[in-house]
Each structure stands twice: as C-alpha cells, then as structure tokens.
Design a protein around this ligand. Structure first.
Ligand SMILES: Nc1ncnc2c1ncn2[C@@H]1O[C@H](COP(=O)(O)OP(=O)(O)OP(=O)(O)O)[C@@H](O)[C@H]1O
Length: 341
C-alpha cells in the first residue's frame, strides 16, 4: 500500500507559513525518512497525511485512493508519536488492544491480537505491565505494536526515538526497521536526526522552508547532494566558491584543482563540495596535493578533525592518521561541483 502527495500546499491560517507544492510518492513497503531543520514543515506534512490538517490545494492518496477529505479515524493509518501517548492506567496489552476496541472487536479477540502484537515487538513477557513500569524503549515498542495491531494501510512515525537516550536510540532503529519490514507497508518517518534518516530510510527527503529540496537514496543524498543547502544540512561538508578554469580544472582562490567539470563551462561560478573524510594527509606531491599548515586539531576518539590552511583556503578534514603532516590530498573523484546559489 502506497502513499502519495500530489501538489499539496497548506498555509497556517493568518500566516504565510506552511508547505508548498509537495510531490512525494512512497511505495508499498518503502520507508521514506523526512529530515529538515526545526520549523521546516516535517510535522505539517505528517499532520496533512494523518488528516489533522486539510490541504488548501492538492491531493493525498493512500493505496491509490484519495483520502484528502477523509477524517483521521477513517484513514486507517498507524501513527507513533514522539511521546508515545500511551494510556497510563492501562496495561501494555490493553493499550495495544485499544484501536481494536474502537473498531468494535470483542474483548477476548482483541486481547489475543494485542498479545500477539506485543510478542512481535519482543514484549511477550510484559503484556500486563503498566507503561510507568516499562523503560522508554519498551514503551516505544508498545506504541509501535499499538500502531500496527489493526493492520493499518500505512505507518507514520513522528520522531519516534527522540525521547530515548543515544545508545537505546541506535538499538531501536533496528527494531523499527524489523517491524516495518514485517508489516511491509509504506512508512513515513519524520526525524531531525540525519544519521537515523540515512540508516533507516530506503530513501530520504530533505525539506527546507516548506518545500522538498531533494529526495534520494541515502548514499546518493550524501554523496551527490543536489544543492549547497542539502550538502550543508546532511553531514559535514567543505563548501567553497570556485570557478571553472578549463575543462577538468576548477580555480579556488589561488588553488587549481583537477575535478570532473562535466555539465559546466569555463567561466561558470560553482560551489565546490568535498566531504571531510575524503581528504587526507598526503606525500608532498601528486594530483590535488597541497602543502599548508594545521590551524586547529581536535581529537574526536575514532578520528581527528583538522582545519588545514592552504594558501588562504580553510580545508576541513577527518583523518585516522595520528602523526603530524604538512600536505593533504583532495582526490578528484571526491570533488562534487554544484551550481552556485
Ligand atoms: N498551528 C500553527 N499555526 C501557525 N504556524 C504554525 C502552526 N504549527 C506550526 N506552525 C509553523 O509552521 C512551520 C512548520 O512547522 P512544523 O511543525 O511542520 O515544523 P517541523 O519541521 O516539524 O519542526 P520541528 O523539527 O521543530 O518539530 C513552523 O514555522 C511553525 O512555526
């Protein structure tokens, strides 16, 4: 079952803020992660899909059917919120059974289905526990079981891991993916954690200022960002302004870099993007090897983050090398040219 936004726009009444011209399709069984800065419109998109907001224009389809005018309860979507929203006075099984109760399913049958759903998320021994006696991760799994127990047509995850501590968050990613794969339904996962989006998403959508900036598989998004804004938002990046000097050559201040310049003409002004982990200490000469001096050097445990000054250009690099160095190399295939803003 799929999800589709077709030219969806929404503005909050009395403001000019919202989302514009959203075209997004999430295939059956696919997990699409949405990332964006605070206030970029992630939750607004989710509320439009859930039916808590109605678009000013455009249509939303679930499983090919237009749900734009349907009430939230008629959309048959499983939703997991950041704060879980579990009922404190009910056991885990009663919480999970609640959506079935709303759908008029008899008590013995709904409790049996709820227990089975809890077994699927690894909580078979916790069915009678109240939420307050469960850990954050366990509560999140109860919420996940509750969102899936009525076989929803799609799954919406709104920052489901943000209330958990860092180590648990990483472990729960695998849990979410396992359960999502088992349920095999289109899933929209909103997060502000880039690593979570890259590790969980079949594809990742970046939203900025209420518009989709790019949608791509994680590797493509990281290695081939479409714009400077996406490159800056997803991971760390060196972003320099340069000019195409000749086919295969880019001028960057006083530096002359070998790079793939396809798609650009001599004289074009470009943004030159290089990820810091693609740059490393080098022998004194070679292609795109530059001598200079270390300006700052930070120890990060597994790596060092170094700012290296080359002829007035600051080059940020991440390296495992522990020794001192006085030259770096920027491999031509690590250089990505983007249109200048
Ligand atoms: N009810 C509302 N009335 C007016 N403006 C709103 C309302 N709700 C949200 N906004 C504004 O709409 C924009 C998008 O908000 P949204 O909640 O979608 O952002 P978000 O990307 O989910 O942010 P965060 O990561 O902080 O949760 C923000 O500028 C926000 O202030």
């Amino acid at each position: 079952m799929s999800i589709e936004f077709r030219a969806v726009s929404y503005t909050y009444p009395g403001t000019r803020i919202g989302v514009s011209d959203i075209d997004l399709a999430i295939a059956d069984g696919e997990l699409l992660a949405i990332i964006g800065a605070s206030g970029s419109g992630k939750s607004t998109l989710l509320k439009l899909l859930a039916g808590f907001l109605v678009p000013d224009s455009g249509r939303i389809l679930v499983d090919g059917k237009d749900v734009t005018g349907l009430k939230p309860e008629d959309r048959q979507l499983g939703i997991v919120f950041q704060n879980y929203a579990l009922f404190p006075h009910m056991s885990a099984a009663q919480n999970v059974a609640y959506p079935l109760k709303m759908r008029g399913i008899g008590r013995p049958q709904r409790l049996e289905q709820a227990r089975a759903a809890l077994v699927r998320v690894g909580l078979g021994d916790f069915t009678e526990r109240r939420p307050a006696t469960l850990s954050g991760g366990q509560q999140q799994r109860v919420a996940l079981a509750r969102s899936l127990v009525f076989s929803p047509r799609a799954l919406l995850l709104d920052e489901p891991l943000s209330a958990l501590d860092a180590a648990l968050r990483v472990g729960m990613r695998d849990e979410i993916l396992k359960v999502q794969r088992q349920a095999d339904i289109a899933t929209l996962h909103v997060t502000h954690d880039q690593e979570e989006a890259l590790s969980l998403g079949d594809r990742v959508a970046v939203i900025a200022g209420g518009r989709i900036a790019q949608v791509a598989p994680p590797r493509e998004l990281y290695e081939r960002p479409a714009t400077r804004a996406v490159a800056a938002f997803v991971g760390e990046a060196n972003l320099w302004q340069g000019r195409i000097a000749a086919p295969g050559r880019v001028a960057l201040a006083n530096l002359d870099l070998a790079a793939d310049t396809e798609g650009f003409a001599p004289g074009d002004v470009v943004t030159v993007m290089v990820r810091p982990e693609r740059i490393g200490p080098a022998p004194a000469s070679g292609i795109n090897v530059f001598t200079g001096a270390v300006a700052t050097d930070r120890y990060l445990g597994p790596t060092r983050r170094v700012d290296f000054a080359v002829d007035g250009v600051n080059v940020r690099l991440h390296t495992h090398v522990r020794e001192a160095f006085s030259a770096i190399s920027i491999p031509p295939d690590a250089i990505r040219l983007l249109p200048a803003d």
